[in-house]
Design a protein around this ligand. Structure first.
Ligand code: UDX
Ligand code: UDX
Ligand code: ADP
Length: 467
């Protein structure tokens, strides 16, 4: 019989660790799940009525299990010591300095957590790499654990990358397309893999639980994100051709997606992709390819990120061009700050690049997002304090509603596809805008004909300007 997992500890209570382990707790009442984090403020929030992340359905899951078999704590050592299986879901941002700066992942947090596991453990553990990491990370974790372990303690390392998307995390976790588990092909590696498979089998159909080697598992995660991002860069590259020719990108995407070999999903043209994963993972892949002396492969993947940068700046430039080549002193409303709808996460959000572009052109910005806090917007605008806030302060206002943000704006720029933007009182907004009033739809989500009939001039990604 496979090893029975009774106690799980998750190190890192972030966007990945929090929802993932909350769902495990909800689906496995017989397993005790403790999520630990060094950040006390975050742990306190997980223990409060006001969870630290916004995710549809998350409240119910957490509140249903918390205090029963789901616990949040800052006592990392105790969490580790008690567990038979430990998920490591700490942050692995792109390195800002040193070798591989701008490309390679910063594995410092991961290594610190791994060392802690080795130091604190007095019994054998299954250690599961959950954070998205470069290939071969599991191997270095194993080396750290073996070099620092106490006598009689053994560690089995698994790779179990998470494929949830923010905004749909709970639905994705409840019914994943697949669960991927990588292990060493030794007996103890396979046993550990079977133990984790049993945990998921509590709610995931067996045929969706894929077990592979460690390397394949680690590479599959980078590959999946790179190929998803590549679809968006492909459709966005085509959107530029549409704007110049009179073809319509939604029509093209629909026609292309009808080919069952291509498929209809993930073909929505946009201002560009954001989020904590796509860019980071592609840059990881680029760095890996270069390390393996495969410069052509590196160049191929790098182009996906470059096309995304191009899309963001192309859209921002289009706004300036359309407003008769200058936005100096003009009020511009940006609707949406999160990198996609239904999340408060702003990591790599295209809104940030676009706002910076407008600020460089000396525009006045009026911002609104239903889930992002004012504090977070300022962290993003100042690059977490790297840029002084004082010079930009007089040019930025953050509003509590879309209507308020749009008052007096010469251009309304939709950067995030929040549902509520569809149903705004656009007539009223129009009354409060100077003429001509422009709407720039960076998500192809608004009813163009309706806006035009009100009097707006409408510019969208991927269609020729007809206003
Ligand atoms: C992604 C992967 O989807 C997920 O499997 C992985 O675990 C983490 O990275 P996430 O970044 O949370 O998830 O959201 P996703 O829905 O993939 O969107 C990423 C970005 O692409 C967003 O900015 C989104 O707006 C954009 N996007 C997505 C498009 O511009 N067009 C599309 O058709 C789809
Ligand atoms: C292609 C398109 O599929 C078809 O819709 C269009 O009308 C004409 O171009 P074709 O070139 O006849 O059709 O064959 P296809 O099956 O697409 O294969 C093209 C090449 O890609 C072949 O060399 C094939 O071996 C290769 N291929 C295809 C792969 O290497 N891997 C794959 O997964 C699929
Ligand atoms: P992700 O999107 O990958 O989940 P987050 O940044 O949202 O990333 O979450 C990672 C969490 O991991 C943070 O809350 C951070 O405080 C926590 N963390 C980082 N290093 C450690 C560590 N050594 N021990 C415990 N928690 C850690």
């Amino acid at each position: 019989a496979p090893i029975q997992v009774k106690k799980i500890c998750c190190i890192g209570a972030g966007y990945v660790g929090g929802p993932t382990c909350a769902v495990i707790a909800a689906k496995c009442p017989h397993i005790q799940v403790t999520i630990v984090d060094l950040n006390k403020q975050r742990v306190d929030a997980w223990n409060s009525d006001d969870l630290p992340i916004y995710e549809p359905g998350l409240d119910e899951v957490v509140k249903g299990a918390r205090g029963k078999n789901l616990f949040f704590s800052t006592d990392v050592d105790k969490g580790i010591a008690e567990a038979d299986l430990i998920f490591v879901s700490v942050n692995t941002p792109t390195k800002k300095s040193g070798i591989g700066a701008g490309f390679a992942a910063d594995l410092n947090y991961l290594q610190l957590a791994t060392r802690r596991i080795a130091e604190v453990s007095t019994t054998s553990k299954i250690v599961v790499e959950k954070s998205t990491v470069p290939c071969k990370t599991a191997e270095s974790m194993r080396t750290i654990l073996e070099a620092n372990s106490k006598p009689g303690c053994t560690f089995d390392i698994l790779s179990n990358p998470e494929f949830l998307a923010e905004g749909t995390a709970i639905a994705d976790l409840f019914a994943p397309d697949r669960v991927l588990i990588g292990s060493l092909q030794t007996q103890s590696g396979l046993d550990a893999c079977a133990a984790l498979s049993e945990v998921y089998a509590n709610w995931v159909p067996r045929e969706r639980i894929l077990t592979v080697g460690l390397w394949s598992s680690e590479l599959s995660k980078l590959a999946a994100n790179a190929m998803l991002a590549q679809r968006i860069s492909s459709i966005n590259a085509l959107s530029a051709i549409c704007e110049a020719t009179g073809a319509n990108i939604d029509e093209v995407a629909f026609a292309v997606g009808k080919d069952s070999r291509v498929g209809p999903k993930f073909l929505k043209a946009s201002v560009g992709f954001g989020g904590s994963c796509f860019q980071k993972d592609i840059l990881n892949l680029v760095y890996l390819s270069e390390s393996l002396h495969l410069p052509e492969v590196a160049k191929y993947w790098k182009a996906v990120v470059e096309m995304n940068e191009h899309q963001k700046s192309r859209f921002a430039r289009k706004v300036v061009d359309t407003l008769f080549n200058t936005i100096t002193g003009k009020k511009i409303a940006i609707l949406g700050w999160a990198f996609k709808k239904d999340t408060g996460d702003t990591r790599e959000s295209p809104s940030i690049s676009i706002a910076n572009h407008f600020l460089n052109e000396k525009a006045r910005l009026s911002l609104y997002d239903p889930q992002v806090t004012e504090e977070q917007i300022w962290l993003d605008l100042t690059d977490y304090g790297a840029i002084p806030a004082e010079p930009i302060k007089p040019h930025v206002s953050i509003q509590k509603s879309a209507e308020e943000a749009c008052k007096g704006a010469e251009a309304i720029v939709v950067c995030t596809e929040w549902d509520e933007f569809k149903n705004l009182d656009w007539e009223k907004i129009y009354e409060n805008c100077p003429r001509p009033a422009f709407v720039f739809d960076g998500r192809l989500m608004l009813d163009r004909k309706k806006l035009q009939s009100i009097g707006f001039r409408v510019v969208t990604i991927g269609t020729a300007d007809g206003y």
